[in-house]
Design a protein around this ligand. Structure first.
Ligand code: HEM
Length: 434
């Protein structure tokens, strides 16, 4: 039996209503009217929306085998159809293990010094500019870290080529998918081919030099399944692009929100600064690199990160489709992360930014910024480490002022403060450093 709800106009369904208002309000209104599970019709598909932790858990965890992730074909083609997040079953499990082990705490702790260097050098470049688009700059930083986690230290020549072509793919990803010459989508398809060539060169060089690195590429190249079968080059390249794609906008958007929330609450910023300054001092004002243990012991900063992830809910929802579906062919199932994170029953006064709410662990399955179950984010530890490192260096050495009066949210497709949070950064010498 189908849940209650309205399907809107033929074909366009309720897409116009969805896009003419804050998606949060659109879904919240429906939830108030129809309950936690309701139907609607958006973007050409009939959908069942799930706004309760139990229903989301059913689809993502306990009955995950019955629901496969679904993406538009045009997007799948740009990232690469063998990327793990389009798959279920053995192939997905194998690939996921490789990605998980290369992004595990044991693996990423070694990246801290390089990540710190990238963060400081990015911030110094922002301080040389009048005004920067915070989101764009965070995208560059997140991409650098993505490259580091996939390849370790990569030759500048390859890095530049990857960046240039990935940027074109990124632009095409959110454009209308017509493959006519000159369109953004067509340029993206061509750039995606070029990315394959660059990656093939990197792989060949790695193989020739017999470099047995423990980074993600190393894991992919060394993989053999039970029957001794290795991964094909397409499987490797699609998954590299997949990881870079999953790592960039998400992390950049979260970082931008953290900067906004800290900027808007001076007292909170001072408290975070005090926490970070104690660590900075004990490291001889930056003479020593942050240790993994230090990054695990930044309680207030960590709560700011969790609260930013809840408030912003970067991935507002995800798409699934029933695998064994007789009655409701073509229906999509959407667990609504954002609505769960903004439900006052689980997070009182949900529109209020309050990191201290995380002094008590949230109820199980109510806080899922990195998803849940077999497809939950394998990059979550790396993403959190990036945020801790950025906050550490930012608050101990820099200050920033948001420029302009804009207060809204843009969806591109992830929520970002309007115009990417234009801001002015400067280097600050704090009294106790003199
Ligand atoms: C704040 C930053 C991030 C957020 C909020 C985030 C969120 C998510 C969510 C919600 C999913 C599950 C989607 C679904 O179930 O359909 C996911 C999957 C994934 N994420 Fe992240 N992510 C972040 C950063 C990263 C980073 C830094 C990496 C890699 C370096 C990464 C790699 C992946 C991959 C490969 C998947 C697919 C996993 C699978 O299908 O098994 N993510 N992410």
């Amino acid at each position: 039996m189908l849940p209650p709800g309205s399907m809107g106009w033929p074909y366009i369904g309720e897409s116009l209503q969805l896009y003419s208002q804050d998606p949060n309000d659109f879904f919240a209104k429906k939830q108030r009217r129809y309950g936690d599970i309701f139907k609607t019709h958006i973007l050409g598909c009939p959908c069942v929306m799930l706004a309760s932790p139990e229903a989301a858990r059913f689809v993502l965890v306990t009955q995950a085998h019955l629901f496969k992730p679904t993406y538009p074909k045009s997007k799948e083609k740009l990232i690469g159809p063998s990327a793990l997040f389009f798959h279920q079953g053995d192939y997905h499990t194998h690939l996921r293990k490789l990605v998980q082990s290369s992004l595990s705490p044991k693996a990423i702790r070694k990246l801290i010094p390089d990540m710190e260097e990238m963060a400081i050098s990015a911030m110094e470049s922002w301080a040389r500019e009048q005004v920067i688009n915070t989101y764009h700059e965070m995208k560059k930083f997140a991409f650098e870290v993505g490259i580091l986690s996939v390849f370790g230290r990569l030759d500048e020549k390859y890095k530049g080529e990857l960046k240039k072509n990935y940027c074109i793919v990124d632009k095409g990803y959110n454009s209308f998918p017509t493959n006519l010459p000159g369109t953004a989508y067509n340029k993206a398809i061509l750039a995606r081919k070029k990315l394959n060539q660059i990656l093939t060169e990197i792989i060949c060089e790695r193989k020739e030099k017999r470099l047995l690195e423990r980074d993600l590429l190393g894991h992919f190249l060394n993989f053999k399944d039970e029957k001794g079968k290795t991964l094909t080059e397409d499987q490797i390249t699609d998954n590299i692009i997949g990881v870079l794609f999953a790592a960039q906008d998400t992390t950049a958007s979260a970082l931008t929100w953290i900067l906004k929330y800290l900027h808007d609450d001076h007292e909170l910023l001072e408290a975070v600064e005090a926490e970070q300054m104690a660590i900075y001092e004990s490291n001889g004002f930056g003479n020593k690199s942050l240790t993994w243990a230090q990054t695990r012991n930044m309680p207030l900063t960590y709560m700011v990160i969790l609260e930013s992830l809840r408030m912003a809910s970067i991935i507002s929802f995800t798409f699934r489709e029933a695998v064994v579906d007789i009655e409701y062919e073509g229906w999509k199932v959407l667990p609504l992360f954002r609505n769960i994170h903004h439900n006052p029953e689980f997070f009182p006064d949900p529109k209020h930014f309050d990191p201290s709410r995380f002094e008590v662990a949230p109820k199980p399955n109510t806080f899922i910024p990195f998803g849940n179950g077999v497809h939950a984010c394998p990059g979550n530890e790396l993403a959190k480490l990036e945020m801790l490192i950025v906050v550490h260096h930012l608050v101990t050495k820099f200050r920033w002022e948001v420029v302009g009066q804009q207060r809204g949210i843009e969806y591109g497709p992830f929520p970002v403060p309007q115009q990417g949070l234009p801001a002015k950064f400067w280097k600050e010498v704090f009294n106790h450093q003199i």
